[in-house]
Design a protein around this ligand. Structure first.
Ligand code: GLY
Length: 567
């Protein structure tokens, strides 16, 4: 039955008058492609349909920014757990003319937000309030980010970039087994946090191959197509968001939406062993922490220690511990607090940071939040793109954890983020990733919450060499760090660099998290030095594009439905 329905739908699509190339992509039969070698342009995202749409835009002459935008919009339909128009993120761009730039479309606190809004009567942080429901929602930035990137650097008309997403929402697509499992696991929360039941709620279980039709979302995307940014931040969609807030005791107002602006920022650019690393500056901590970690590592011959050796894993663990301690202490939105970035990444500071490093023992982290364990869930999503002319784009964007606040805007069809949890609700109170913060990341109206997203481009002789990034909450930065070191220092192939088990240390709690398959021999040797290990689910899902002299290699992480496409 299902295959007959799929065939009929396909025929209907093919016979339709519109000639959009998206119609050549079969939304009912697709499989992830984990590695491609191509000549002209490539993209890797969390979903095969989104990657195919990105590649189609590249083929028809769009540049890497266009392909990234089309893929982001497609992910908002085919990957509702993290792809979004109700969240926010960051885009790092390297243009063929040598310009490096970054777009900050991080969510921000609503105008009525207050520093202590998530504290209970006893003054304790109440994670329920900052992690689910309308009160957890920051003012979304994704649509503004897309329009800013397009206005400054896009090539094809926005209408062409958004139409494939509209088609998928309107006509439906077959969901993957992972999506079905996640939708099933979240049914109770969807019912709890929504007053108008969204299409994601189903009385029987979701199964792989089921069709997901999102008519409300298609209508919202059409409003954006026809009215631009105002189609989201003003008029009908804005009114629906505010009505949703009123039903669920959220804070976002029409004024908050109208005021939201994406910001173009100067990316963090630094040298690592002869390569130039271009990555995201604050309000994502990703760039500062990555620069700190690579800076500390550059003083050691880690390549000689070897991949997955006790010596290299122990050194990188200690480096991660120190960088995450600084993250907790110093980092926040630079438009609101003074952050000593220059000092934190200076050579002398990073050398001094490692003076108490002992290659034979673990350096203990003081314990103030024992027992806090990062949840074993996927969150956030990343895509990497390069085009035929030498432009490269890395985008990481998110709803925060899976399906964000779990709230779908009534009759508008899209999930809202729960990004407010990335603020420090109170010094010493961990966010959902176990990350701590101080006053620098306290809540204030209009302020952007600190992120870990690390979209990164590595340049060799001023040309793109690697395009890289990952989801994974607190583990984003360590995933990007380790993948870069795996390729640049350990010289291992991109698929292994992406897929070999990773490890993660974030200062507090004082534990080294590892993925299944991490070598026991390394664990046992480090346990004798005083380290505690804990096995957890996936650490990151890294999408990497590597440029070789005569081809482009795109690798999509094995940990999910991630897929590469190109030509
Ligand atoms: N919400 C995850 C992050 O921004 O780091």
């Amino acid at each position: 039955m299902k295959s007959i329905a799929a065939l009929l739908l396909l025929l209907a699509i093919l016979s339709c008058k519109q000639t959009s190339r998206s119609q050549q992509i079969n939304p009912y039969h697709y499989t992830p492609v984990k590695r491609i070698v191509v000549k002209h342009g490539a993209i890797a995202t969390a979903n095969p349909l989104a990657s195919e749409i990105g590649a189609m835009i590249l083929k028809k002459g769009g540049n890497a920014v266009d392909a990234a935008i089309a893929a982001q919009l497609a992910l908002a339909v085919v990957y509702p757990a993290a792809g979004n128009i109700g969240g926010g993120g960051f885009m790092v761009i390297h243009l063929k003319n040598g310009k490096n730039t970054a777009i900050d479309f991080r969510e921000e606190a609503p105008g009525k937000a207050t520093r202590d809004m998530y504290l209970d009567k006893k003054g304790n942080a109440d994670p329920q309030l900052s992690r689910n429901g309308d009160l957890s929602v920051g003012v979304p930035g994704t649509v503004a980010g897309i329009f800013l990137a397009h206005k400054e650097y896009g090539k094809l008309p926005m209408k062409e970039l958004i139409q494939p997403a509209i088609d998928l929402a309107e006509r439906g697509y077959a969901i993957t087994a992972t999506e079905a499992r996640w939708l099933n696991e979240n049914q109770q929360d969807f019912k709890k946090y929504n007053t108008i039941m969204p299409v994601f709620v189903k009385e029987s279980d979701w199964h792989a191959g089921d069709t997901l039709l999102q008519k409300d979302l298609a209508h919202t995307l059409e409003l954006i197509r026809d009215s631009g940014q105002a189609g989201f931040y003003e008029g009908e969609t804005a009114q629906k968001i505010v009505s949703e807030m009123q039903r669920g005791n959220g804070m976002i107002t029409l004024q908050d939406l109208k005021n939201y602006q994406a910001k173009e920022r100067t990316p963090a650019v630094f040298d690592y062993k002869g390569y130039t690393i271009e990555t995201m500056p604050l309000p994502s901590s990703g760039g500062v922490v990555l620069q700190q970690m690579l800076g500390m590592l550059s003083n050691y011959p880690v390549d000689q220690y070897g991949f997955e050796s006790v010596k290299s894993v122990q050194l990188m663990t200690e480096i991660e511990r120190r960088a995450y301690a600084d993250r907790a202490q110093y980092l926040g939105d630079p438009d609101f607090v003074k952050v000593p970035v220059k000092e934190l990444v200076s050579e002398s500071y990073l050398k001094q940071r490692m003076t108490n490093y002992n290659p034979d023992y673990a350096t203990p982290s003081d314990s103030i939040s024992a027992g806090v364990i990062p949840p074993e869930s996927e969150e956030t999503t990343h895509l990497s793109v390069v085009d035929d002319s030498g432009n490269a784009v890395a985008v990481t964007y998110t709803l925060n954890n899976l399906y964000g606040s779990q709230v779908v805007v009534g009759h508008a069809g899209f999930f809202l983020n729960d990004e407010m949890d990335d603020f420090s609700a109170k010094p010493g109170a961990p966010n959902m990733f176990g990350l701590l913060g101080t006053e620098a990341n306290a809540i204030a109206p209009g302020k952007r919450m600190l992120s870990s997203m690390t979209p990164t481009i590595v340049l060799k002789n001023d040309k793109p060499y690697l395009v890289i990034g990952s989801p994974g909450g607190a583990t984003i930065i360590t995933s990007v760090f380790q993948t870069i070191v795996n390729i640049l220092d350990f010289n291992i192939n991109v698929s292994d660099a992406v897929n070999k088990p990773k490890f993660h240390e974030q200062w507090k709690p004082d534990v080294v998290y590892v993925e299944k398959g991490f070598p026991d021999s390394v664990k046992q040797a480090m346990e004798r030095m005083g380290y505690s290990f804990k096995e957890r689910g996936s650490i990151g899902r890294t999408e990497v594009i590597k440029m070789t002299p005569d081809s482009i290699v795109a690798v999509a992480d094995d940990r999910g439905d991630d897929s590469a496409a190109g030509y």
